[in-house]
Design a protein around this ligand. Structure first.
Ligand code: 5AD
Ligand code: SF4
Length: 458
C-alpha cells in the first residue's frame, strides 16, 4: 500500500554522508518509497548521522526525540538511524533510544531495503554495523546508477571512488567509523561514470577521505593511481567537468599538480586541508607535513595556475595550541590567500588519541580564535570575489535561480554560485550547458553575472 511507503530522511555531515543519502533515496525509491517533506507524514524516518564533531552528534539527539510521539499516531512507523553515529555507538543507541527500531552503520546501507523488509515482518529491533566487502558497495552503486532515471534533469552528481581512511589523524573519528581505506576498481568506477554520463550528468564530484592515496587494482592486476584514474574519467564522453575531495597535503603528487595544466575538464579548484599553521600542532595532529611543505605546494599551484581556486579546512584550539601557534595559522591563512576556509573548533571525539592529550584548550579561547580566523577569512574571501568582477567565467547552468524565476543559476569552475538574468535566447541556456558569464557583482555568498559568449576559467 502506498500510504505505508512514505519516507522522510534527514542528513547531517559531509558530502560522503550526502552521497549515502542519495544512494538510500535511489534504493528505497526502487522499492516504492516516496519522499515526503515532513516527518509527520512518514512511515519510515531515517536519520543519516555525522560524528566528526560533537556538535554534529548532538544534532541527532536533539532531533530524534521529537519523532517519538509520532509512533502513537502511526504504530507502523519505522525509525532508523544510519551513518557515522550509528556505526560508532551501535547497539548502545538501541538501548538508549527505545523508540528507535533500526541502527544501520555506514557499511551496511546497501542492505537497507532487505533490512527494512525484515523488520516490518519480524518487528525485531536490530543493529547492523561492521565491514562489508567493497564488492558489495561496487555492485550497489552500479545497480543504482543503472536504475537512475534522472527525471528531474539533474546535471551534477557525486561518486565515491574509495572508502575509509588509514591516516588516523589524532583528532579524527573517521577511520573508526568509516573503516580502513579501500579503493574501488577503475573498471567499476568508469562503468558508473559512463552510466551517469548517459543519464545526462555533466559534472562529477569524486569522493574519498583521501583521494590522493587512491590505488585501485584493474582487471589485469595493475595498480592505478588517482591521476591515472582522473585522466580516464575525463575521457568519458558527456562529462564536461570533474572535481574531487578530499586531498591530503602529504600525498599530493606532482603528477596531479601537472594534470591541472593539461586536462581541460578538471575544474580549477583544489580543496587542501591545512588544519594548522604551527608545526608543533601539525605534528601532534599526526598530519605528516610541515607548514613550509604545505606552502611550497600552494606556491607551486599559484605560480602554475594563477586562476586556480584553493580552499582549506582549519581546526582551532587543538590541545596544546598556544596563542603563538594560532598566530602562525593566521599568518599562513593570509599568505595562502584561500578562496574560502571551513573552520572548526577542536572537538574531543571518543576513542581518538587527542582526546587523551593534556592541555585541552578552554572553550572560550577556542571560540575567540575561531571568530578571529573567520573574520580574517571573510575579508580575504570578499577580496577574492571582488577581484572576479569584470572577468568572464565558465559556468555550468543548473537551472532556475533561487533568487528569482527571471534569473538562471549555475556554478563556476571554482564552485561559486553565480546568478544571472535569463537571456532572451534562453534555449541556449538550458540546464547542463556550459556558458561564459561575465561577473558583474560579488554578493555575500554568491556572484551576479550577465550572459556573454567568450569564456575562460575563473
Ligand atoms: N574537531 C574539529 N574539527 C574536526 N575535523 C575533523 N575532526 C575534527 C575534530 N575532532 C575537521 C577537519 C576535517 C574536517 C572534515 O573536519 O578540519 O578536515
Ligand atoms: Fe580524518 Fe585525517 Fe583521515 Fe582526513 S586524513 S579523514 S582528517 S584521519
Amino acid at each position: 500500500m502506498d500510504s505505508k511507503k512514505n519516507l522522510f530522511i534527514e542528513t547531517f555531515g559531509c558530502q560522503m554522508n550526502a552521497n549515502d543519502t542519495e544512494k538510500i533515496l535511489l534504493s528505497l525509491g526502487n522499492a516504492g518509497y516516496v519522499t515526503v517533506e515532513t516527518a509527520v507524514e512518514a512511515d519510515l524516518i531515517l536519520i543519516n548521522t555525522c560524528s566528526v564533531r560533537d556538535k554534529a552528534e548532538h544534532k541527532l539527539y536533539s532531533t530524534i526525540g521529537r519523532y517519538k510521539a509520532f509512533k502513537k499516531n502511526n504504530p507502523e512507523l519505522v525509525i532508523g538511524i544510519c551513518g557515522c553515529v550509528a556505526e560508532q555507538v551501535a547497539s548502545n543507541l538501541l538501548k538508549r533510544l527505545q523508540f528507535v527500531d533500526l541502527i544501520i552503520g555506514t557499511k551496511n546501507i546497501h542492505k537497507l531495503q532487505s533490512i527494512i523488509e525484515d523488520y516490518k515482518r519480524t518487528k525485531i529491533r536490530r543493529t547492523f554495523t561492521g565491514q562489508a566487502p567493497i564488492e558489495d558497495d561496487e555492485e550497489f552503486n552500479s545497480t543504482l546508477i543503472e536504475g537512475f532515471t534522472n527525471s528531474k534533469g539533474v546535471v551534477k552528481a557525486t561518486l565515491s571512488i574509495m572508502r575509509g581512511c588509514d591516516n588516523y589523524c589524532t583528532y579524527c573519528i573517521v577511520p573508526y567509523v568509516r573503516g580502513s581505506e579501500e579503493s574501488r576498481s577503475p573498471e567499476s568506477i568508469l562503468g558508473d561514470v559512463e552510466g551517469l554520463a548517459k543519464k545526462g550528468i555533466k559534472e562529477l564530484m569524486l569522493l574519498g577521505q583521501n583521494v590522493n592515496s587512491y590505488a585501485g587494482i584493474n582487471k589485469i592486476s595493475e595498480k592505478i593511481s588517482f591521476t591515472e584514474l582522473l585522466k580516464k574519467i575525463c575521457n568519458v564522453r558527456g562529462i564536461g567537468r570533474v572535481r574531487f575531495v578530499t586531498s591530503h597535503p602529504k600525498d599530493i603528487s606532482d603528477e596531479l599538480i601537472m594534470l591541472f595544466g593539461s586536462e581541460d575538464k578538471l575544474a580549477r579548484h583544489l580543496h587542501l586541508p591545512l588544519q594548522s599553521g604551527s608545526d608543533k600542532v601539525l605534528e601532534a595532529m599526526g598530519r605528516g607535513y610541515k607548514s613550509k611543505e604545505y606552502m611550497t605546494t600552494i606556491n607551486k599551484l599559484r605560480t602554475l595556475y594563477p586562476d586556480l581556486s584553493l580552499t582549506s579546512d582549519i581546526i582551532v584550539g587543538f590541545p596544546g595550541e598556544t596563542e603563538e601557534d594560532f598566530s602562525k595559522t593566521l599568518s599562513i591563512v593570509k599568505e595562502a590567500s584561500f578562496e574560502s576556509v571551513f573552520s572548526f573548533k577542536y572537538s574531543q571525539r571518543p576513542g581518538t588519541k587527542a582526546t587523551e592529550f593534556a592541555d585541552q584548550v578552554p572553550e572560550d579561547v577556542k571560540k575567540e580564535r575561531l571568530e578571529r580566523l573567520q573574520s580574517l577569512q571573510k575579508e580575504i574571501t570578499a577580496e577574492k570575489n571582488h577581484a572576479l568582477v569584470g572577468s568572464v567565467v565558465e559556468v555550468l547552468i543548473e537551472g532556475r535561480s533561487k533568487v528569482s524565476s527571471e534569473f538562471l543559476s549555475g556554478r563556476t569552475e571554482c564552485n561559486r554560485v553565480i546568478n544571472f538574468p535569463k537571456p532572451s535566447d534562453a534555449t541556449f541556456f538550458e540546464a547542463g550547458v556550459f556558458k561564459g558569464i561575465l561577473v558583474t557583482e560579488a554578493c555575500k555568498n554568491s556572484l551576479r553575472g550577465k550572459a556573454v559568449e567568450r569564456s575562460q576559467p575563473c
